[in-house]
Structure formats: structure tokens, C-alpha cells
Ligand binder design. Structure first.
Ligand SMILES: *Cc1c(COP(=O)(O)O)cnc(C)c1O
Length: 349
């Protein structure tokens, strides 16, 4: 990479192996269902997650939106965590384009909604009310330090949603990070939900794309919504070729990123002025805050880190920063970041 970039795992470049595979990929018109590489990717994603079918989509946002549109009708309501990516970071797409009301519920430190609260919020049949239809979950929980939520939560949501005939979608943008941290097969979680979308372009390094999986009928309907949203990409096998490597190879190496995140968290925990709980770092995200002794904002720290060490960091509000580890982050980069923050704060407080 051209710089050391901790802002997100979305910044990852494709690997040399991916670029090679992209250059030589067999392609066809995917809107006709004739791109063999896209078809292979969709089948592989479905198989890995234990679902019948898959759909290659342009982004995680598009995957979640297509899932919401496919599971619901206008006037329905989606229950989701108030920190969920779908609620906070997807431009309200389901409401804007689907006429679907979001019902955001509070979450715990790991991004889990309270089951009793979900149940209490499910509405009966009354013409004044939107119809409860779908529960959206997320794993890893990006808005909650990348927490890896264990399978029992999803099993409980399944039971509850079966009792009330609701559908469940999993925003699994970083599902492989979660299941790597939990040391379980992704199918264990996927089997508890009706649909899953996974991002190929984050820690898995593909240049673009996500896959949505579910049963055959669901994916058949989802394909129509992909077309409606302008997501029919024709010779998309060039992208899917990188996606195949993402799923086959890159999904196997995420423990390395988690190890680097832990290394970073431990290092930051020793720096006066930094507040961080390394126990909350379960996957590849390291959130930390500046305490009151630091006489400047998170953005100023990020600027200084860039000026002194040419390392990029993400900021969230006044005092909070985020560093995300990924394929292009090496242990030496982690050490360089710790050293930079240490010396900047030492000079300031
Ligand atoms: C990144 C992300 C998405 C959306 O993916 P894009 O490809 O950026 O649209 C959805 N959900 C979660 C949890 C994410 O982290």
C-alpha cells in the first residue's frame, strides 16, 4: 500500500494473486446468468454459509438493502439495533426506497438487542401500526468495537422470530472476523437466520462486492431488486474472480489481523492519556479515547500522527479514535503507531 492506513479495512487493496485472477477471469453477461466466475462465487458463498443460493451485489449496503426489500412490503417495520450499520450508515435506504420503517432498539456493549425488548416491540394486527416483519442483526458488531457475538444470541432470535413469524437478516459484513474470533463455522450462525450478506471488500481484500445468500426463492426475488437498484453488472466476473480468492483464502487468515489488533490495544493501554479496554478488542477493531489530560481533540491527534509518522487513523467525535487492522498492516506498522501516539502525547501532557 502507498501509506499505512488504519482508518478501516475497506482501504485494503487487492492482492497480487487477486489481480492475476482478475486479469485472466472467464466472464459473460451476468444479467443473463452467464458469467461463470460470478456463478462460481455465488455458489461458493452459499456453500460456505450453508444456504441454497447466493447473489453477487455491488456493496454491503446494496446487499442489506436488497435483503430488506425482499423480506418486506411497503408499510412493514424492521427491528434493528440502534448502533447497527443498516440503521446508521446506509442513508436510510430501506425507508427511502422501500417504504419500510426502521425500529431501532438499544443495544448492549456487544451490539446485542435485549430479547425481551424485541419481543415487546413486535406489533399485533392493528391498522394504525406498521407491520413487524424483519429483524436485522449484525456480526461482528462494527458500531460496538467489532464485538464477535456468539451463536446463542442468534439461536434465541431465531426462536423468537419463529414464534412471531418474522424474518431475520444478518448483516455479516465482517462475519468471518466474528467466526474466526469465536472459532466456529460461519454456518453455525448463518443457519439461525434467513439471509446473510458478507462483504468481500473489507478484511477479505477484494476491490469491490458483497454476496447475499438465502434460500432459492429469496435469491430469485432478490435478483429482481438488484436489477431494479441498478446492480446488474454484466461482466462482473472480473470482480468475482477476486471475490473467490477472498472467500477461499483470505477468510482463513483473519486471526493474524486480530492478533495485530490485540498487540495495538496492549500498547495503547500503556500510554498516559489513552483510555482503552483491551478486553473489548475481539476482532480487528481498536477503539480508544483521549482522557481529560490531553489538551486537544481526536482529530488533532490523527493530524499529528499523519504529520509525524504518515499513518492514517479514523476519528469519531471529539475524543474517540479507531484503528482497524487488515492484510496490509504488519507488526512493524502497529509498533510505529504506538510509538507515534506515545511521543505526541508525552510532549503534550
Ligand atoms: C461496511 C459495512 C456495510 C456496508 O458495506 P459497503 O460495502 O461499505 O456498502 C454493512 N454493514 C457493516 C457492518 C459494515 O461494516
Amino acid at each position: 500500500m502507498d501509506s499505512i492506513d488504519f482508518r478501516s479495512d475497506t482501504v485494503t487493496w487487492p492482492t497480487a494473486e487477486m489481480r492475476e485472477a482478475m486479469a485472466t477471469a472467464q466472464v459473460g453477461d451476468d444479467v443473463y446468468g452467464e458469467d461463470p466466475t460470478v456463478n462460481a462465487l455465488e455458489q461458493l458463498a452459499a456453500a460456505k454459509l450453508g444456504k441454497a443460493a447466493g447473489l453477487f451485489v455491488s456493496s454491503g449496503t446494496q446487499g442489506n438493502l436488497i435483503a430488506a426489500l425482499t423480506h418486506t412490503n411497503r408499510g412493514d417495520e424492521i427491528i434493528m439495533g440502534q448502533d447497527a450499520h443498516t440503521f446508521c450508515w446506509e442513508a436510510g435506504g430501506a425507508a427511502v426506497l422501500g417504504g419500510i420503517t426502521p425500529l431501532p432498539l438499544p443495544t448492549d456493549a456487544m451490539g446485542r438487542m435485549d430479547l425481551a425488548q424485541i419481543e415487546a416491540s413486535i406489533r399485533g394486527d392493528n391498522p394504525h401500526w406498521p407491520r413487524s416483519r424483519l429483524i436485522v442483526t449484525e456480526n461482528s458488531a462494527g458500531g460496538n468495537h467489532g464485538a464477535a457475538i456468539p451463536v446463542d444470541y442468534f439461536a434465541a432470535i431465531r426462536q423468537l422470530s419463529d414464534r412471531h413469524q418474522l424474518r431475520v437478516h444478518l448483516d455479516g459484513a465482517r462475519l468471518f472476523n466474528a467466526t474466526t474470533a469465536l472459532a466456529i463455522d460461519p454456518q453455525a450462525i448463518a443457519q439461525q437466520v434467513d439471509s446473510v450478506s458478507i462483504c468481500l471488500s473489507k478484511g477479505l481484500c477484494a476491490p469491490a462486492g458483497s454476496v447475499l445468500v438465502g434460500d432459492r426463492d429469496f435469491i430469485h426475488q432478490a435478483r429482481r431488486y438488484r436489477k431494479l437498484l441498478g446492480g446488474g453488472m454484466r461482466q462482473a466476473g472480473i470482480l468475482a474472480a477476486a471475490g473467490l480468492i477472498a472467500l477461499e483464502t483470505m477468510s482463513q487468515r483473519l486471526a493474524t489481523d486480530h492478533h495485530h489488533a490485540q498487540q495495538l490495544a496492549q500498547g495503547l493501554a500503556n500510554i498516559p492519556g489513552v483510555v482503552i479496554d483491551p478486553h473489548r478488542v475481539q476482532t480487528n477493531m481498536v477503539f480508544f479515547t483521549l482522557d481529560d489530560t490531553v489538551p486537544f481533540t481526536a482529530q488533532t491527534l490523527a493530524d499529528k500522527v499523519w504529520q509525524t509518522a504518515e499513518i492514517k487513523l479514523g476519528t469519531y467525535g471529539d475524543r474517540k479514535l479507531r484503528a482497524v487492522t487488515h492484510y496490509w498492516i504488519q507488526p512493524a506498522h502497529v509498533e510505529a503507531l504506538i510509538t507515534a501516539i506515545q511521543s505526541i502525547l508525552k510532549a503534550a501532557i
